[in-house]
Design a binder for this molecule. Structure first.
Ligand SMILES: [Zn+2]
Length: 231
C-alpha cells in the first residue's frame, strides 16, 4: 500500500509503503514523473500494488516494477475522502514504523481505503476515529472498555485513562479524563461494527473517543497522531 508519494528531484518519487510481510518500507521510483515513465500513474498514494523492489543506496529500496492491484481511484474524487485516506495512512505510518509484519493492520487499512473509495460519504470524523480504534485492536493496544481497568467494577464508569489502558470508575479516578456514557457506548459499538456501519454520535462524544485513542497511543507507544479530521 502506498501511504505517501512525494515528488523528489527532477523526475523521481519517494514512496512510503506499508507491506503485509515487511512492514514499513521506503522506496524511490526513478523517473516516475517523466511523461513516458514506465510506471505511468501507478504510484499515486493509496494505491495497492505488487512491486518488485531492489536494494538501493542507503535506506531506500528502488522500485523496478509495479502492478496495480487496486487503484482506489474513488478516493481522489473528493477532497474529504482524500484527506480521510491521508489521515488513516498517516496513523498507520506513525504506529507501525518498523519492519515487523502486522497482517491485521495491513488488512484493516486495505479494507478501509477500499470502503471509502467506493463510498466517499464514509469519509467522516466518526469513521476515522473508528478506524483508529480498530487499528489499536489490530496491534494489541485494545483499550479496556467493559469494566474499570483499575478495579474491575462495572458501576460508575466516569473516566478514561491512557495509563490504565481503559475506562475507570469514580472510585479509581486517578489521572483519567471525563468520559461520558455516550462516548463509551459509541466506542463499544464502533469496535463491534464494520467501518461502513459506524454509528452516528455527537461531537462531544466523538472528541472524547478520539482523546481515548490519543491518550492510549501516547502512553503506550509514545506517539502522537494527527487530528482525526480538519478543524
Ligand atoms: Zn475502579
Amino acid at each position: 500500500m502506498i501511504l505517501r508519494s512525494i515528488r523528489y528531484g527532477e523526475a523521481d518519487r519517494i514512496l512510503h509503503l506499508y507491506s503485509p510481510e515487511d512492514g514499513r518500507l521506503g522506496a524511490i521510483a526513478k523517473g516516475a514523473r517523466k511523461t513516458k515513465s514506465r510506471f505511468g500513474a501507478r504510484l499515486e498514494p493509496f494505491t495497492r500494488a505488487k512491486m518488485i523492489l531492489r536494494v538501493g543506496k542507503g535506506d531506500l529500496m528502488a522500485v523496478s516494477a509495479v502492478e496495480t492491484i487496486e487503484a482506489n481511484a474513488g478516493l481522489r474524487s473528493s477532497a474529504a475522502s482524500l484527506d480521510w485516506a491521508a489521515r488513516a495512512s498517516d496513523a498507520v505510518a506513525r504506529l507501525l514504523d518498523g519492519p515487523d509484519p502486522h497482517a491485521n493492520a495491513y488488512n484493516l487499512l486495505v479494507n478501509a481505503l477500499a470502503s471509502v473509495a467506493a463510498d466517499q460519504s464514509l469519509a467522516t470524523k466518526a469513521t476515522q476515529v473508528s478506524f483508529r480504534l480498530k487499528l489499536l485492536v489490530a496491534i494489541g493496544l485494545q483499550p479496556h472498555l467493559s469494566s474499570c481497568a483499575g478495579c474491575g467494577s462495572k458501576e460508575a464508569i466516569t473516566a478514561f485513562s491512557g495509563e490504565a489502558g481503559g475506562v475507570i470508575c469514580r472510585e479509581c479516578g486517578g489521572d483519567g479524563f471525563p468520559l461520558g456514557g455516550e462516548a463509551l457506548d459509541w466506542m463499544v459499538s464502533a469496535l463491534g461494527s464494520p467501518l461502513a456501519q459506524t454509528g452516528a454520535t455527537d461531537e462531544r462524544a466523538l472528541r472524547q473517543a478520539e482523546r481515548a485513542v490519543n491518550d492510549t497511543v501516547e502512553f503506550h507507544a509514545n506517539i502522537r497522531l494527527r487530528p482525526a479530521a480538519a478543524r
